[in-house]
Design a protein around this ligand. Sequence first.
Ligand code: PLP
Length: 394
Amino acid sequence: MDTKNMRIDTKVVHAGQHPDPATGAVSIPIYQSSTFCFKDAAEGAARFAGTDDGYIYTRLGNPTTAHLEECISTLEGGCGGLGAATGMAAVNTVYYTMLSQGDHVVCTEAMYGPSRTVLETEYSRFGISATFVDSSDMENVKNAMRPETKLVYIETPANPTLKMTDVQACADLAHEHGALLAVDNTFSSPVLQRPFEMGADIIVHSMTKFINGHTDVVAGMVVAKDPEVFARLRKVHRNLGGTMDPHQAWLVLRGVRTLALRMEKAQANAMELARYLEDHPKVEWIRYPGLESHPQYALGQKQMDGPGAVISFGVKGGLEAGSTLIGNVEIPTLAVSLGGIESLIEHPASMTHAGISQAEREAADISDDLVRIAVGCEDWRDLRDDLAKALDTI
Ligand SMILES: *Cc1c(COP(=O)(O)O)cnc(C)c1O
């Protein structure tokens, strides 16, 4: 069945999920094999020559992983996907493929910590430079472009500031400069935001988060819109080796089928909690794309199908009050990561974003009092009561 023209809720259930051709199994089997036999020497030669598209060796491709690659590529509207061992393996495949010595990349400054650090500390060793800007203002992105800029790499909404970047405007700007636009779409998932429809060339996902959704797998995916870009990425990805294990792929294939359901519930919960927190006397400020008080509320309405399930806020009394809060909640687990069925709460300045300096954090608006809650699928009233009790202890 071709789900290409179906709606997203149908796609998350069916895209790539074809019954197994060998056995008819409805749940795709885990092809736990490192290698695949050829019926004769000619077939082996044809597979290596690329004239026969059968499987060779799991780092180069695996039937279980292939179902997931088709699934995510279909959800995003791409031409192909590359399963990755982790989200960071996916990010590195994009950097490694697109950037050579002397090249330059422009990035969202409040991007996922390691996605930034690896450019600053590793790619810089090979003469690749990066500029990090507040990409919620297009002027900053324009001013950062150089003749040697090959890639614009954005995260929207960004983590944990929840600032948004205009995907279409970045795509137009990148293309004017002969560069490509890559978008980390982890926070929204294809259910809420489809960057290819807005001109992006490459999408990366940490499927560890919403796509898998059960806090039991780390995994990543690269999707390309154009076959030529896809072929370049695939060649590098296979040789770098950060490819996906079939058991991991199977778990994500199971998780993704409820992505739309989970996203709808978590997002509805987040909207209720955001409204509650916005009016709470102990809350100093709140940032959530679904609140009209978000400075870029209109952009969110334009480019996303929903505000997502991550809220950032500061409590009166700063870091200390924030610590008291996260130490006293019972339902949200004190843990990094997001996008799981359960709510998680964390403090970026001392946890996920501790790897970047305080000056850089301040420049990126990651204040010391910022608390991030990744809202799950519990009953929002229990989450509200729990937060209320914890706020009272401050
Ligand atoms: C978690 C995350 C990553 C990295 O993914 P891993 O699976 O942890 O390697 C990249 N980008 C964003 C936005 C993330 O949240």
